[in-house]
Design a protein around this ligand. Structure first.
Ligand SMILES: [Zn+2]
Length: 123
């Protein structure tokens, strides 16, 4: 089964700010580097970054697999005076799909682009 998780962060180059997307499996674990396709700026991931992203990927996968038992329950939160029910699955996915990493002198937020499951396309 195809099981790719695309990761995205915002290019930190001045006047760029475009999304840089990559697949964890495409990185060289010994020399993890990335290049912004829009401006050409290159990023070298710090030690341990690939491992951390890999752990996060596994966590997201575990949550996806547990969806049948998480999908039925929801968490009630107050938004501007209204009570909103947020499905537990969605809440967990949002919580775990971001990782902040220090790269050179900048702190960048890496987001996993969580693809919706087929059943989520239903209205
Ligand atoms: Zn760029």
């Amino acid at each position: 089964m195809e099981n790719k998780q695309i990761i995205e962060f915002t290019c930190a180059a001045p006047d760029c700010g475009r999304p840089v997307r990559f697949d964890l499996d495409d990185l060289d674990p010994d020399h993890p580097s990335l290049k912004c396709r829009a401006c050409g700026r290159s990023y070298t991931l710090p030690d341990g970054a690939v491992r951390k992203l890999g752990l996060l990927k596994e966590l997201i996968e575990a949550i996806r697999k547990a969806r049948p038992i998480l999908g039925e329950s929801s968490v009630g939160i107050e938004v501007a005076g209204h009570k909103v029910s947020v499905p537990y699955y969605l809440l967990l996915t949002r919580m775990t799909s971001e990782l902040a990493l220090q790269i050179d002198d900048e702190k960048l937020d890496f987001h996993f682009i969580v693809k919706p499951l087929k059943s989520e396309n239903k209205p």
